[in-house]
Ligand binder design. Structure first.
Ligand SMILES: [Fe+2]
Ligand SMILES: [Fe+2]
Length: 418
C-alpha cells in the first residue's frame, strides 16, 4: 500500500500542464511508453498529485505552535498568506525550470542509462509541478472575497516562465553539457531535499502532505546525480571519460554557490519559522547542506584514490584523501588536483550577507587582496576565469553577476577599500 492517496486537478489546469509538457518536454511520451521496460519494479508513471500523511496534526514551530494546521489558505492572514504562496510559487518554478534546463543537453548523455535517468528525473519534476498546482488549485480559499484569484494568477505566471525569469538564479542557468545535468542532480536537487524536509512541518496542511511523496522521488534524482558523478570522476581518473577532473571541479564551482543561495540570506529565514513553514532558519540549513556536499565529494575522492593506488582499502584511501587535502601535498602519487573539493561558502557569491556577497573570495574562502586591500572586481573576474567553466562565463546569468560585481565596486568604494 502506498503511503499516500492520489488526486487530480481541475481539467483546465491539468490540460494546461499537459500542453506545457508537450512544448517543453516532448520526450516524455518515449519515457512513458518504455517505463515498464526501464523501471519494471516501479509503479507506472502517472501525472497526478500524491497526498501523504502529516507527521503530526498540530503546528510544530513558530507563533502558532500547538494549534491545528491550516487546511484552508484563506485562513492564513496578511503576510503569512502571501509568504505561503511565494514558497509554493518558488517550488513550482524550480520543478518547471529544471525540466527546461535538463532538456537542453539531454542528447549529450554519455550512456543510455544516464539519458533514461534524466528523463525520469524530468518526468518526476513535472509531477512535482503538478503537485504544487494541486496545492493551489484544490483550495478555493486562495481566492479571497474581493481579492484577485491568487491561485489562478500564480499558475498562469508559472506556465509562462522561461529560463531567465524563473524565481531562483540556479534555474535560470542554461546547461551546456551533460556534466551540468549530473552536477545539478547531485548538488541542486540536494538543496530541494533540504527544502522538502524542512517543509514537512508546514503549517498549511496541503503543502505539508505533499512533501513525503516528493521526497521519495528526490531520492532517485540525488542518487542518480551522485552515482553518475562518481562514474564521470572515475572515467576522468582513467582517462577514459568525457570530462577531466578539472572540468568536473569547474562545474562544481559554478553550481554550488547558486545552491547555497537557494537557502536565502544566511542570517534570514526566521519569518518562515515563525509562520511554521520550516523547522530551521536559512543559515542552519545552508551549513548542513554544505557539510553534506563535502561528504558526497569525499566518497567520490575515495573512488578516485582506489583507481590510482592499486589494492588500497577504502579506509586507507580515505586517509590518503584527507592527507592530500589537508596538507596540499602529493601522497602515494595522488596530487591535490586529482581530487574534487567543495568550494568555500564565501566563494563566488552573488547574494547573501553583506560581508560575502560580491566580495573577492577564492575557492578556499580566503579574501584575495593586494597591498592589504581586496582586489578589484576586474581582477576578481580574471581569477574567476581560472576556476569556472568558459561556457558558463558566457551565459546571461554570469553577465548579471559581472554587472553586479562591477556596480558593487562603485556603490561602496570606501567600505572595502575598493
Ligand atoms: Fe522536484
Ligand atoms: Fe529533483
Amino acid at each position: 500500500m502506498p503511503a499516500y492517496t492520489t488526486e487530480t486537478i481541475a481539467p483546465r489546469y491539468h490540460e494546461a500542464l499537459v500542453d506545457w509538457q508537450k512544448k517543453n518536454f516532448p520526450e516524455f511520451s518515449f519515457l512513458e511508453e518504455n517505463w515498464p521496460k526501464f523501471y519494471p519494479t516501479q509503479t507506472p508513471y502517472q501525472l497526478l498529485a500524491k497526498v501523504g500523511k502529516l507527521n503530526s496534526e498540530s503546528i510544530g514551530y513558530g507563533r502558532f505552535a500547538g494549534h491545528a494546521r491550516f487546511e484552508n489558505a484563506g485562513d492564513m492572514v496578511g503576510n503569512m498568506f502571501y509568504s505561503a504562496r511565494d514558497i509554493i510559487r518558488a517550488q513550482a518554478s524550480t520543478e518547471l525550470g529544471s525540466i527546461q534546463q535538463h532538456r537542453l543537453t539531454l542528447e549529450k548523455a554519455p550512456t543510455d542509462q544516464m539519458k533514461v535517468a534524466v528523463l525520469r528525473i524530468m518526468a518526476e519534476e513535472l509531477r512535482h509541478a503538478y503537485q504544487m498546482f494541486w496545492v493551489l488549485a484544490h483550495d478555493s480559499s486562495w481566492k479571497k472575497p474581493g481579492h484577485p484569484d491568487i491561485a489562478a494568477e500564480t499558475m498562469e505566471e508559472l506556465l509562462s516562465m522561461e529560463l531567465g525569469n524563473h524565481v531562483l538564479d540556479a534555474f535560470n542557468i542554461p546547461f551546456s553539457n551533460f556534466l551540468d545535468n549530473v552536477v545539478f542532480a547531485a548538488v541542486i536537487d540536494l538543496v530541494g531535499k533540504y527544502q522538502l524536509e524542512m517543509q514537512k512541518v508546514f503549517s498549511y496542511a496541503p503543502m505539508a502532505r505533499s512533501m513525503g511523496p516528493m521526497l521519495s522521488e528526490e531520492g532517485f534524482h540525488i542518487g542518480s546525480g551522485r552515482g553518475f558523478l562518481k562514474e564521470l570522476a572515475v572515467g576522468a581518473t582513467n582517462d577514459s571519460g568525457h570530462y577531466s577532473i578539472s572540468d568536473i571541479q569547474k562545474a562544481l564551482n559554478a553550481w554550488i554557490p547558486r545552491g547555497l543561495e537557494m537557502f536565502g540570506n544566511e542570517r534570514g529565514g526566521e519569518t518562515a519559522v515563525a509562520f511554521g513553514f520550516k523547522d530551521r532558519n536559512n543559515g542552519t540549513a545552508q551549513a548542513e547542506y554544505h557539510g553534506e556536499v563535502r561528504e558526497v565529494l569525499e566518497l567520490i575522492n575515495v573512488e578516485i584514490v582506489k583507481q590510482k593506488v592499486k589494492e588500497i582499502t577504502a579506509p586507507d584511501a580515505r586517509s590518503v584523501v584527507r592527507e592530500v587535502q589537508d596538507t596540499g601535498e602529493t601522497v602515494k602519487d595522488v596530487r591535490p588536483q586529482d581530487l574534487l573539493f567543495v568550494p568555500d561558502v564565501k566563494f563566488f557569491r552573488k547574494r547573501g550577507v553583506e560581508e560575502i556577497a560580491l566580495m573577492p573570495y577564492d575557492v578556499t574562502g580566503n579574501l584575495i587582496t593586494e597591498n592589504g586591500h581586496p582586489i578589484t572586481g576586474e581582477q576578481y573576474l580574471g581569477y574567476l576565469a581560472t576556476v569556472l567553466p568558459d561556457y558558463y562565463m558566457a551565459t546571461r546569468d554570469f553577465a548579471t553577476y559581472r554587472e553586479a560585481l562591477l556596480g558593487h565596486e562603485r556603490v561602496a568604494p570606501g567600505s572595502y577599500g575598493w
